[in-house]
Design a protein around this ligand. Structure first.
Ligand SMILES: Cc1cc2nc3c(=O)[nH]c(=O)nc-3n(C[C@H](O)[C@H](O)[C@H](O)COP(=O)(O)OP(=O)(O)OC[C@H]3O[C@@H](n4cnc5c(N)ncnc54)[C@H](O)[C@@H]3O)c2cc1C
Length: 430
């Protein structure tokens, strides 16, 4: 297993459970120090829609150069996104967008089911929240579209309750002082929240206790093949033999795969978070998602996590003050009182690189190289989809029946493209 983030650790666990002897190689000094370190903390089957919704190209153009834009394309980075970007835009066609939304929903819902089972079996503690997500809307058009999307996904099992601003404030009293700014909200009670870093650390311990070797400070330099079949991986510390290799190295998977002649359309998309120490009693009861500001606010025990924004800026991990400030503005927009009472100096800003696929669906399964597998490309849904993706991967590797249809996540472009939408366009939903 290459990679010790959410994807790698959960895959290691699912494969161990399926009877494999697993060794996990991570280049950093500990697990979950990259994208899985301080994400938004929400587990949301309610948000299966890829970020390239129809019309995304207009929004990207409108936001070009605006430091506070929810989605920001930095002109200097455009060459690095060129081919991927064209695919990203092509996938915003309604048919492709809806196909990805439906496939993602099934994977998200399955993933939460698996996560609950693992939590119970392993006693994992990670600042769990089970009151669901409250998605708030400031623009009537977006709210109506979200209600229509809910109706479109309801046949697949998504449950949500549309609320007017008064009912929203009754459910989440923190929003009472800003209810005049809202046009409505949707409460998704089955969503969960939790600290991905705590989860990864807890899982690392359970894996180690079960005899799974976790080799830190071990960067994989390449995959060795022999006769079209994987033989193991090369590291600075020497060759590690293995008849099956899983690449779950986040956005860094692409280079390792490319060296094996395998293509995945995955690029890094930067996001920011702020972790603020708070008295839990003064924070929100629910995880809140602000549609207009494209960001979330999640209570994680004694930490309030604000996260969001998408920046197409290549591998650059500079913490830009303007983007961090946008998260402070989010806090003020959601709760001026809370914003005025927290200690700004003790807040920790962070940014990470989402492994974003062009069509908004992860890559899970076998490659054309014998014994080489992939689990990456989850973009903004990597926490939500972790346990389900890992279980699906283990089912595919072991030849067990798969719990959900794996074709939308296949590496084969033909299989992937042939996946048809199960859901009707939102406008047509009743
Ligand atoms: C700001 C932000 C907010 C987010 N919020 C949410 C959210 O609320 N809900 C949600 O579902 N998702 C969210 N996400 C997405 C989610 O965090 C990611 O999809 C997920 O963390 C990706 O996990 P990963 O294991 O694929 O990648 P990573 O966590 O990056 O793990 C990859 C690992 O591979 C290692 N590695 C790389 N190359 C090598 C190599 N050559 N050899 C050995 N090891 C290697 C890296 O060091 C790293 O540890 C958010 C992301 C961001 C940035």
């Amino acid at each position: 297993m290459v990679g010790g983030g959410l994807a790698g650790l959960t895959s290691a666990y699912a494969l161990h459970e399926a009877g494999y002897r697993v060794e996990l190689l991570e280049r950093r000094e500990d697990v979950a120090l990259e994208t899985s370190f301080a994400n938004g903390g929400i587990l949301t089957p309610s948000m299966p829609d890829p970020w390239n919704a129809p019309g995304v190209h207009w929004r990207l153009l409108r936001w070009l150069g605006r430091e506070d834009a929810p989605m920001l394309l930095r002109p200097a980075a455009i060459p690095g996104y060129f081919g991927w970007g064209l695919r990203f835009l092509a996938a915003s066609a309604p048919r492709s967008f809806l196909a990805s939304m439906g496939a993602n929903y099934r994977l998200c819902a399955y993933s939460l089911e698996r996560l609950r089972a693992w939590r119970a079996a392993l006693g994992l503690e990670y600042a769990l929240g089970t009151r669901g997500t409250l998605e708030i809307y400031r623009e009537r058009h977006s709210y109506q579209q979200a209600v229509a999307e809910l109706a479109a996904l309801a046949p697949l099992g998504l449950a949500g309750t549309p609320l007017d601003p008064e009912a929203t404030a009754r459910l989440e009293p923190l929003l009472a002082e800003v209810q005049g700014d809202l046009v409505g909200a949707i409460h998704f009670p089955a969503d969960e929240s939790g600290d991905a870093l705590l989860f990864c650390r807890a899982l690392r311990e359970r894996l180690a206790a079960r005899g799974v070797a976790i080799r830190l400070n071990t960067a994989v330099q390449g995959v060795r093949q022999s006769g079209g079949q994987v033989a193991g991986v090369e590291t600075a510390a020497g060759f590690v033999p293995g008849s099956q290799v899983v690449l779950a190295a986040g956005p860094w998977s692409r280079e390792l795969l490319a060296a094996c002649g395998v293509t995945v359309h995955v690029r890094p998309v930067k996001g920011y978070s702020l972790s603020i120490p708070i008295d839990p009693a003064s924070g929100p009861r629910h995880a809140l998602s602000d549609d207009t500001l494209h960001a979330v606010m999640t209570p994680l025990g004694a930490t309030l996590r604000l996260a969001g924004t998408a920046e197409f800026s290549g591998w650059d991990l500079t913490l830009r003050p303007g983007r961090v400030e946008a998260l402070w503005r989010l806090l003020k927009a959601l709760s001026p009182t809370l914003a005025g009472s927290v200690d700004r100096a003790s807040a920790r800003a962070w940014c990470g690189l989402r492994p974003m696929s062009a069509d908004g669906r992860p890559y899970i399964g076998r490659t054309a190289v014998g014994g080489l597998y992939v689990n990456t490309g989850h973009g903004h849904l990597g926490w939500t989809q972790a346990a389900g993706s890992a279980t699906l991967l283990a089912q595919l590797m072991s030849g067990a029946p798969t719990a959900i249809d794996p074709r939308p996540f296949a590496l084969s472009p033909l299989e992937r493209r042939a996946w048809r939408s199960e859901i009707q366009p939102a406008e047509q939903a009743s």
